[in-house]
Design a protein around this ligand. Sequence first.
Ligand code: GLN
Length: 309
Amino acid sequence: MHSPVGEYLQQILSECAADDGAVADYIPELAAADPDHLAVALCTPDGTLYSAGDAERRFTIQSISKPFAYALALRDHGIDAVLEKVGVELSGDAFNEISLEERTGRPENPMINIGAITTHTLVGPADLDEDARTSRVIEGLGAFAGRELTVDEDVFASEMSEVWRNLALASLVRANGIISGSPEEAVRGYTRQCAALVDVRDLAVMGMTLARGGTNPLTGEQVVPEEVARQVLSVMTSCGMYDAAGDWLSAVGIPAKSGVAGGILGALPGQVGAGTFSPRLDRFGNSVRGVRVFERLSRDMNLHLMRIP
Ligand code: GLN
């Protein structure tokens, strides 16, 4: 544990400790989260893990599941077929907005809720039943993390008790003929996907799996083909941090995805997978201290997509 990298990570955490922002409160169970948790983990291409802070603390993956469900849909149906249903353009709207392309009626991208609910239904064969599809998604997330993941049933139930907005979004894509099954099933499956439990080390491994072109550094499993990993990293770069995507790309420069429980996952191709956890969010829905930790990592180690070689 007392490696120089571990000490460096600990140092960053203490320097990024000041916390403003507020925990997400639109999901009752998340409002009850302890806002003080703070953790970071890094994974190198050979699978070496470094971490500091509350690295064992588990939290729900929430929107960080979106790029991975997208990866599974791409693997199962190919990039072109998925593009017919979900675009790859920045929406410029909040994550739970009705962001549909006027001409096609398809969601703007897979990182906002309306696109992610659609993407969930695209994992596995079209005739899969709800439970089988949800299991396929959760097992797929686990293949990225290198271990079997479980679902936080309390967070799931809590989000389902207030799920009206996502249900409305699912009904719209059903009305547009973008999804074919029932909106209720799509939303239940998607909400379960969001309630999978992870820690920062899982996020770092999941990020590294994408950053290595789809092969998990711990298990050696090729979870998705390289072209799928590239597609997912591209969409994370443009849409992963919602409306803060431009700031994030210039200041941090690491393809990333955030979730409302307070996690952020980063994946820099060929170099590093990273995860942070701190529940208080900024107005875009991104973890305040997580963003700060990523800014430090990027600056200190020159981890930036646009690094001049
Ligand atoms: N489950 C959450 C929702 O659908 C995920 C949102 C997020 O993490 N930004 O609202």
